[in-house]
Write a protein that binds this ligand. Structure first.
Ligand code: C5P
Length: 233
């Protein structure tokens, strides 16, 4: 039996509308709680925004825009999404700071009562070495813990981090969502991701939801969904 609380977001990373429709159609199953994540690639494509605006309110929609700017600009950017009343989740970068996170949360409250803000911590494509290259001196784990605590203080609804850090923040983030990208089905290639984990392990580590893209959308989507279901049983 798969726990119903398992939330799975499929990353629709393409500019091709037919491909997005295919992903939504072929991933349909009553056995999982499936939502769809749209990033800048699809949102900025010619038909992307309009297509997202027309999706049913019953579909869990996550707009992964990873906003980071001065508080006023982030707040204004969130107001500009006001017409997308069906969107349930929006990402910002935790590294934008406390004031920016507060501004984002306040803008969400005013513009779309159902919109939850998720703070992205260290991208799953970063290794410890790559993080040092951009000037960080702390470990990934400690940065994620620090940013998660700050996001909690700003009353952000959820944290995005890898499955490796999920277990270290689940105590401080009690009641918040913890969503982990960098998910691969057993045997699949990591590609550009570094901190990668299987769905089951991510949930065991405390994730309340996972984001999975290429492991589902490359190849036969229906078969990949079955593989995902079996891996969670
Ligand atoms: O194909 P794959 O499963 O690697 O896709 C992961 C998705 O999750 C991508 O859409 C990526 O933008 C997103 N993401 C991530 N790491 C984060 C936040 C979001 O990989 N920290």
């Amino acid at each position: 039996m798969i726990k119903k609380k398992y939330n799975i977001f499929i990353a629709c990373d393409t500019t091709n509308l037919s491909q997005v429709k295919k992903i939504i159609h072929q991933s349909n199953t009553s056995k999982l709680n499936i939502g769809y994540k749209f990033g800048l690639e699809f949102f900025n494509s010619k038909q992307g925004r309009n297509f997202i605006s027309q999706l049913s309110k019953n579909i869990s929609i996550w707009l992964d825009l990873k906003l980071m700017d001065i508080p006023n600009t982030v707040s204004s950017a969130i107001f500009s999404l006001k017409d997308l009343t069906n969107v349930r989740y929006l990402t910002i970068h935790a590294s934008g700071g406390y004031e920016m996170m507060l501004a984002a949360k306040q803008a969400a409250k005013k513009s779309n009562k159902k919109l939850k803000i998720l703070a992205v911590t260290v991208l799953t494509s970063f290794s410890e070495n790559q993080l040092k290259q951009v000037g960080h001196t702390k470990s990934i784990k400690n940065i994620v813990i620090q940013q998660a605590a700050l996001a909690k203080k700003a009353k952000i609804d959820g944290i995005v981090c890898s499955g490796y850090e999920a277990k270290f923040i689940k105590k401080i983030c009690k009641g918040m969502q913890i969503i982990t990208p960098g998910i691969r089905l057993e045997g699949d290639l990591k590609q550009d991701q570094k901190r990668v984990m299987t769905p089951k392990l991510a949930f065991n580590n405390g994730a309340t939801g996972i984001v999975i893209g290429r492991s589902i959308t490359r190849g036969n989507i229906k078969n990949n969904i079955q593989k995902l279901i079996s891996s969670l049983q």
